[in-house]
Write a protein that binds this ligand. Structure first.
Ligand code: NAD
Length: 488
């Protein structure tokens, strides 16, 4: 009805500094109620074409600005987002299903920091110079922005991950066309409203909303977009690699994980248990870095499991806008069904579900009965070959298994196709180093989780990705280097 559609939030693409309506729209759901609450442009080739054109037109001016000017603009944008932090956090929580607490303390502060961080780091890079005295030559490198960057991001940490790409791309002098996930587009749209005030010239940041198959692929296939930075699933990355191959595009791919936690019998469980609960269930388990395979040394296996399950049962699942809630709703009905199906499969294979899905009952507030909720779920007695131990579930499901020796656990931890992040728990410094060195994992956290210094490389091995992001890594990705030789 008209009255109903009036209440919906309607997003528009942001192209050449202007909001432009689209000819067709997609429904976007509020995961905590199951209601359609927002309409997202269903962009395709035409919209992408207009955005790329705008980005190309803005490139000469933006790329010739001084580093300091660009840095000041990024800082201004950071200030403006921070000023509206609460509104952004509310929007992110509503759109994604994550708790308001997580959005307030993780997502939006990090989006702000992404701009501040690259506003600063861009000022501190140096290029190389070598001398070849016998030839009378000096060589030096110079770096220049590449052009129009295509940025594609997922739904789990919407503004956080999108700004982790936009900030370095524009700090380096590129212009961008960004395509957020069609399921979580609202905060990107809100950010567009601040660009002009921050001093970002028209056409430097363009945002095209829509699906991966239409808008995403049009961006990947566009001949005037020489680089694509993508965060999402391994399957989509394969498709992007294929589609961009005829153009020899530069790709940065941040993909899925099946991250192990390795807990030795000398671990400090008073720290390990609360951190491993967070690493398993934070953001509904919808973080690429979440733990989903917990290897516990035999001597402490029963004690760990007992305490871990008892603590998981205390997690409060419910309305994400309630600040006392620990876990909100999963992103979509389809995703919830997929996550649940893994628990069923494990049971079918003879594994034991110790708490959560199918075991405990979930009482939801009246307004949230149709939301996509499930309880933190812990599975034991599951085989390493099981799909629950091999495939990325990307929900609040974690498996706990026992191991005996260091050698054995390293082998088992490495026996999946992914290699994104691992945690190691032990008070033996020598062991921690040995194990960290041998894990096939782009990130290893020992006795902690999710502690990040943005200066250092972030990314995965094997099916978890290609390339790294971080101060130096993003700078290298978003610039083209040239070696120049001068003979006197
Ligand atoms: P997804 O691959 O389905 O989608 C990611 C983005 O790609 C979306 O914007 C989507 O619209 C777009 N897309 C889909 N098909 C496309 C195509 N053919 N061409 C171009 N673009 C296309 O992933 P998702 O479900 O949104 O996110 C969850 C996945 O992301 C998980 O696998 C998770 O591990 C991964 N992830 C990785 C990291 C990391 O840094 N390594 C961070 C967060 C999430």
């Amino acid at each position: 009805t008209m009255a109903h559609s009036k209440a919906l939030l309607v997003l528009e693409n942001f192209i050449a500094g202007k909001f432009v309506p689209c000819s067709s729209y997609l429904n976007s759901y509020n995961p905590s109620t199951g209601d359609v609450y927002c309409r997202v442009p269903d962009s395709g080739k035409e919209e992408v074409e207009a955005a790329v054109k705008a980005a190309k037109a803005a490139f000469p001016i933006w790329s010739s600005k001084s580093l300091l000017e660009r840095s000041q603009i990024l800082n201004k944008l950071a200030d403006l987002i921070e000023h509206d932090l609460e509104a952004f956090a509310q929007a992110e929580s509503k759109d994604q299903g994550k708790t308001i607490t997580f959005a307030r303390t993780v997502d939006i502060p990090r989006a702000v920091y992404n701009f501040r961080f690259f506003a600063s780091s861009i000022l501190h890079h140096t290029t190389e110079c070598t001398e070849m005295a016998t030839m009378g030559c000096v060589h030096y490198t110079s770096r220049a922005p590449v052009g129009v960057a295509g940025l594609i991001s997922p739904w789990n940490l919407p503004l956080y991950l999108l700004t982790w790409k936009i900030a370095p791309a524009i700090a380096c002098g590129n212009t961008v066309v960004a395509k957020p996930s069609e399921m979580t587009s609202v905060t990107a749209w809100m950010m567009c409203k601040l660009l002009e005030k921050a001093g970002v010239p028209h056409g430097v940041v363009n945002v095209v909303f829509g699906t991966g198959a239409k808008a995403g692929e049009a961006l990947v296939c566009h001949p005037d977009v020489p680089l694509i930075s993508f965060t999402g699933s391994t399957l989509t990355a394969q498709r992007i690699t294929e589609k961009s191959a005829p153009h020899c595009k530069r790709l940065s791919l941040e993909l899925g994980g099946k991250n192990p936690a390795i807990i030795f019998d000398d671990a400090d469980l008073s720290q390990c248990i609360p951190t491993t609960l967070r690493s398993s269930f934070a953001n509904q388990g919808e973080i690429c870095l979440c733990t989903s395979r917990i290897f516990v040394q035999r001597g402490i296996y029963s004690e760990f499991l007992k305490r871990f399950v008892a603590e998981a049962k205390k997690w409060k699942v419910g309305n994400p806008s309630d600040p006392t809630v620990d876990m909100g709703a999963l992103i979509s009905k389809e995703h919830l069904e997929k996550v649940r199906s893994y628990v069923k499969k494990a049971q079918g294979e003879g594994a034991k579900v110790l708490c959560g899905e199918g075991v405990d009952s979930l009482a939801l507030p009246t307004g949230n009965q149709k939301g996509y909720f499930m309880l933190p779920t812990i599975i034991a007695e599951v085989k390493d070959e099981s799909c629950c131990m091999q495939e990325e579930i990307f929900g609040p499901v974690t498996c706990v298994v026992a191991f005996d020796t260091e050698e054995e656990v390293i082998k088992r931890a490495n026996s999946v196709k992914y290699g994104l992040a691992a945690t190691v728990w032990s008070s033996n410094v020598g062991r921690v180093h040995r194990v960290a060195q041998r894990l096939q994992s782009g990130l290893v956290w020992t006795n902690c989780w999710l502690v990040r210094d943005l200066n250092l490389p972030f990314g995965g091995m094997k099916a978890s990705g290609i390339g790294r992001e971080g101060a130096k890594d993003s700078y290298e990705f978003f610039t083209e280097v040239k070696t120049i030789t001068i003979k006197h």
